[in-house]
Design a protein around this ligand. Structure first.
Ligand SMILES: NC(=O)c1ccc[n+]([C@@H]2O[C@H](COP(=O)([O-])OP(=O)(O)OC[C@H]3O[C@@H](n4cnc5c(N)ncnc54)[C@H](OP(=O)(O)O)[C@@H]3O)[C@@H](O)[C@H]2O)c1
Length: 508
C-alpha cells in the first residue's frame, strides 16, 4: 500500500490534502495531528477521521521521537484513545511507551483499531542483529504492525531493512530514511512490506528521502512490483538528476517486462555489489565517478570496455551469477555520428562505416572521450585527441594509435576540410552554457559536429556549428543509442525506441 502523510496547520487544510491523496492514488493517509495548530482533539479528530476519503493512520508524534508535539505525555495518549474510539483504522504509538499504551487500551477501549508500534532512528541504521532485537521488542508489546525507520548513511544500510521485511512474520513497515535509503522505500513492495510513504508534493515530506506519490506510481511503477521483479539501476554519485529511471521504467512497462530501474547513490561499488548479491539484482548502468570501479568488479569484461578502461553497463548472468561489463557509450556515440553522416550504424551488416578514412577530432580524454576515440578507431577513422591536460591526450592517442594535441592548439588546427568534431568534455554543460571548447571560426573546417553534452540539448558549440553550416549531432542521440543497447541487454527484448525517445524529450 501507499500511505500519504498529511501535515497541515488546520483540519480544513488536512481534509484538502486527504482528498488530493485519494485523487493521486494513495491507499491510506497518515494524519500527523502533531502538526495541527490550536488542536481541539474531540472536534478535530471527529472531522478528520469521519470525513477522510481514505483509511486513516493517526500519528501524534512527540518531539522525543522526531515529531512536533512537546506537551504532556498522558494527554497525548488520551488523544490517541479518543482517535481509537472515533474509528481511526490505525494508531501509531512509539515503542518507548507502547507497553503503557497497550495496558491502558485494555482498560479503556472496547474498540480496537490496528496498532502500529514504531521505532525511529535519525542517526544511522543499526546492525541486522540490533534491528532484529528492536523488531522482537515491538512484537512483544502486542503490536499488530511493526514499524522500523532508520537513517541510511550508505545504500547498503537499506539491505538490512529489506531483510527485516522479507523475514518478518507479522506485517512490517521498514524504511531507511535519506537519499541513500530510497531503494528501501521502493523495493519494500518486492519484499512484502506493509506499506511505503509517498509525499503529496515534492519537497513536502514527513521524513527525508520520501519519494512523491506520483513518482512511486508513475516513475517507479510501484503497483507492478512483485516478489520476482528484477532490479536494475544506474550506479553513480551524485545520481538524483539522472533521467535514466524515467526511460527504463517507462520502457519496461511498455514491453511488459517485470523489472524496475532505480537511481542508486553508491559510495563504494564493491560493497554495493557484495551486499545486493541476490540473483534478482540483475543489471546496472554506470555513470560518473564509478565507471572504472565498476570495471574492477566484473568477472568478465568485453574487449572494448577493457581497452577503454571503463564500463557503462553491467549484467549479472542468470546461469552462474557472473558479472559481465560492457561499454555501450561507445556504441551509442558512434551510432549517433554514423547516422548523422547518413551511413549505417551497424558494422554487422558488412557495409563500410561513413567514418572510415575521415579525420575525427575528439576533444577530451576522460570516459566519454575514450569511448569516442576507440569507437572512431574501430570504424577506421584517423583520430586526433585534443585535451586540456596534454599528457592525457598523448596517453589516449598512443593507446588507440592516433595523434594528439593540447587543447590550446585546436583553434589553429585545419589540415583539411570536412573534418568531424566530437566534444567529450563538460565545457558548455549546464550551468556554464556560455562556454565552448573551440572558436566559431575554427568550426568552418568541420562538416559534422557532435557534442556529448545533452543538458542543454543545443549547446553553444552546436549552435555555432549550425551557423557555420556543419551538420550537428546531439548528445541526446548518444544517450538514446546507448539506452537502446542497454534495454536490450537488460531484457532480451527489442527496445521501444520511439517511446524511449519521447520519454527523454519529455524529461529534458
Ligand atoms: N550523451 C551521453 O550519453 C554522455 C555519456 C557520457 C558522458 N557524457 C558527457 O560527456 C562529458 C564528459 O564526461 P566524462 O564522463 O568523459 O567526464 P570525465 O571523465 O570527467 O572527463 C572530463 C573531460 O573534460 C575535460 N574538461 C573538464 N573541464 C574542462 C575545462 N574547463 N576546459 C577544458 N577541458 C575540460 C577534462 O580535461 P582534463 O583531462 O584536462 O581534466 C576531461 O578531458 C560530460 O559533459 C558528460 O555529461 C554524455
Amino acid at each position: 500500500m501507499i500511505c500519504a502523510p498529511v501535515m497541515a496547520e488546520t483540519a480544513e487544510q488536512m481534509l484538502g490534502q486527504m482528498r488530493k491523496a485519494k485523487e493521486l492514488g494513495a491507499d491510506l493517509v497518515e494524519i500527523r495531528i502533531d502538526y495541527l495548530k490550536s488542536f481541539s482533539p474531540q472536534q478535530h479528530l471527529e472531522v478528520l477521521i469521519k470525513q477522510s476519503p481514505l483509511p486513516t493512520i493517526i500519528t501524534y508524534r512527540p518531539t522525543w521521537e522526531g515529531g512536533q508535539y512537546d506537551g504532556d505525555e498522558s494527554r497525548r495518549q488520551a488523544t490517541l484513545h479518543q482517535a481509537m474510539e472515533l474509528g481511526a483504522d490505525y494508531i501509531d504509538i512509539e515503542l518507548k511507551v507502547a507497553d503503557e499504551f497497550f495496558s491502558s487500551i485494555q482498560e479503556r477501549s472496547p474498540k480496537r483499531p490496528k496498532v502500529i508500534v514504531s521505532s525511529h532512528n535519525y542517526e544511522n541504521t543499526p546492525s541486522a542483529e540490533e534491528i532484529g532485537n528492536i523488531a522482537a521488542r515491538i512484537q512483544a508489546t502486542g503490536a499488530d504492525i511493526v514499524k522500523i525507520a532508520t537513517t541510511a548513511l550508505d545504500i547498503t544500510d537499506s539491505a538490512r531493512i529489506l531483510q527485516l521485511i522479507a523475514h518478518s512474520q507479522v506485517p512490517t513497515i521498514g524504511l531507511a530514511m535519506g537519499e541513500r535509503g530510497l531503494i528501501s522505500r521502493i523495493l519494500c513492495a518486492k519484499f512484502g512490506g506493509f506499506l511505503t510513504f509517498g509525499a503529496l508534493e515534492s519537497g513536502i515530506h514527513s521524513a527525508p528521502g520520501q519519494p512523491t506519490l506520483r513518482d512511486l506510481l508513475d516513475l517507479y511503477n510501484f503497483r507492478q512490483i512483485e516478489p520476482d521483479t528484477k532490479v536494475h539501476g544506474v550506479i553513480g554519485n551524485p545520481i538524483g538528476h539522472s533521467k535514466s529511471p524515467h526511460l527504463y521504467n517507462t520502457a519496461f512497462k511498455k514491453a511488459a517486462f517485470n523489472g524496475i530501474y532505480l537511481p542508486l547513490l553508491v559510495d563504494n561499488v564493491a560493497n554495493f555489489l557484495n551486499t545486493y548479491s541476490s540473483p534478482d539484482f540483475t543489471g546496472y548502468s554506470y555513470t560518473i565517478p564509478h565507471k572504472m570501479a565498476g570495471l574492477e568488479c566484473c568477472d568478465e569484461v568485453d574487449p572494448i570496455a577493457k581497452a577503454i578502461g571503463a564500463i557503462s553497463c553491467m549484467i549479472k548472468k542468470p546461469s552462474d551469477g557472473k558479472l559481465i561489463g560492457y561499454n555501450v557509450d561507445y556504441l551509442g556515440a558512434i551510432a549517433a555520428i554514423e547516422e548523422g553522416l547518413g551511413g549505417s550504424s551497424s558494422a554487422s551488416n558488412g557495409s563500410v562505416s561513413p567514418l572510415a578514412g575521415r579525420l575525427f577530432v575528439v576533444i577530451g580524454a576522460g570516459g566519454a572521450a575514450k569511448a569516442l576515440a576507440y569507437g572512431g578507431k574501430e570504424k577506421g577513422a584517423r583520430v586526433v585527441v585534443a585535451n586540456r591536460t596534454y599528457e592525457k591526450a598523448k596517453d589516449l592517442a598512443r593507446k588507440i594509435g592516433g595523434e594528439s594535441m593540447p587543447l590550446t592548439e585546436l583553434n589553429d588546427f585545419h589540415p583539411e576540410d570536412g573534418m568531424i568534431l566530437a566534444n567529450a568534455t563538460s565545457v558548455g554543460m549546464k550551468p556554464n552554457t556560455d562556454a565552448t571548447p573551440i572558436s566559431k571560426e575554427a568550426l568552418s573546417r568541420y562538416s559534422l559536429v557532435f557534442d556529448a553534452i545533452y543538458t542543454p540539448k543545443w549547446t553553444r558549440l552546436l549552435r555555432e556549428a549550425k551557423e557555420t553550416g556543419a551538420k550537428v549531432v546531439f548528445g541526446t542521440e548518444m544517450f538514446l543509442n546507448q539506452a537502446f543497447v542497454q534495454f536490450e541487454k537488460f531484457t532480451g527484448l527489442p527496445a521501444p525506441k520511439d517511446l524511449i525517445r519521447e520519454t527523454l524529450a519529455r524529461n529534458t
